[in-house]
Design a protein around this ligand. Sequence first.
Ligand SMILES: Nc1ncnc2c1ncn2[C@@H]1O[C@H](COP(=O)(O)OP(=O)(O)OP(=O)(O)O)[C@@H](O)[C@H]1O
Length: 451
Amino acid sequence: MSKPMRVLVVDDNQDILTACRLCLKPHVDDVLTLANPTELMGVLKVNKIDLVLLDMNFTRDASSGEEGIFYLKQIVAAHPNMPVVMMTAYTDVTLAVKAMHLGAKDFVAKPWDNQQLIDALLAADSGVKTETSRTAASDDKTPLIGDSEPMQAVKQLIEKVALSDANVLILGESGTGKEVVAQQIHQLSARRDKSFVGVDMGTLPDNLFESELFGYKKGSFTGAMQDSPGRMALADKSTLFLDELGNLPLPQQGKLLTALQNRAVTALGAQSPKPIDIRLISATNEDLHQQVATGAFRQDLFYRINTVEIHLPPLRERGSDIDLLLDWYCARYTARYGRPELRIKDSDRKWLHTYQWPGNVRELAHSVERAVVLADGEYLDFSQLARQSTMPVQQDADATGTSESPFLLEYVERKTIQQALQFYQGNVSHAAKALGLTRGAMYRRMEKYGL
Ligand SMILES: Nc1ncnc2c1ncn2[C@@H]1O[C@H](COP(=O)(O)OP(=O)(O)OP(=O)(O)O)[C@@H](O)[C@H]1O
């Protein structure tokens, strides 16, 4: 059912206008398009418009985004309640942040995913924030923020590799953005119209490996009430992302290799294999080269999955990206929690640059979110992070300055998780394994305790 709303799309590119009209028409009552932004204020005066979708650049070859900012300011001045969603190239994140500070409700990064565009517009109209730019297992469409030298090299590699169907292995510490990179490759590839299919091998129990990946036929085991295609078949003509591949036991490695070599999967209980056409992206924070050397990871599988390797540097080696990420997450969470504009003190920024970020971008995002939620005044407060980083985890409750009883279960749990994370140098999978938790359960606890 379409929503009773009228959207105005402003972009000088006729193809984009047509694509937007086709994408939005089934979901909203009316879509008006405008190629010449100088007519924008006139169109808004004589038409009842509920939402504007505004491009950042209009003049041929322009990329500064200043035109979009100019028209945004005009709309905000004349129609302060008009929701505006900006369209940006995925590299224009700094500008998008600026636009959100100036009153834009949200932004969508080009090339967009249709569902993402629809969700962003419907949410902007209802006053709810989406995570338009989310990506990752739980964070779907986050743009890959970072202009530092190592990240520029990563982005170049992404653009090149996206054009091919080569299998990609992404290596990097936990929280460095391996899944974000995998999503970017998919979005820039010829397979982008099909859904990206991800599997977290780290949380997949050994006994479910085959049914989950290869699928099963009804009745092939107790509880198989109906046919299930399995993730590999679901990813046919699309991208299959195998996260935490380094944790895969040897027997399962063999089965995976057979499926990849044969380009076919046989569902449990099926008579014959089914051909599949997938682009495989794998990721791990393990040292896979080392694992191959020790025999923990099959060399033949390794060669099959690592046609191209992408190494994601830890956040502490990305210099100025820390500022970009702080600003982007500050804008995202300020908007999400409906807070007034919040800032980061220069002295905090200096300190945040020297901080080691063992949990990488995930830790930065959580720290900013926590600071936004707890903010009292105009500035974000990072003192909790500072306390955590300088405090040996073994310190007792009094020394932490908290009045929590050291015998409270939650207190003990938090301490234990902190210790495990420190012991495994921020490696969430290892820490979770040592604590007997799934990665999902571990992340939920880390979230709960703001770790
Ligand atoms: N360059 C980036 N720009 C914006 N957000 C990012 C970036 N890199 C990572 N993030 C965010 O940080 C979080 C962790 O990212 P992601 O899940 O991709 O990391 P990962 O390396 O796959 O972690 P793990 O090894 O633990 O699975 C996500 O919320 C993601 O959106």
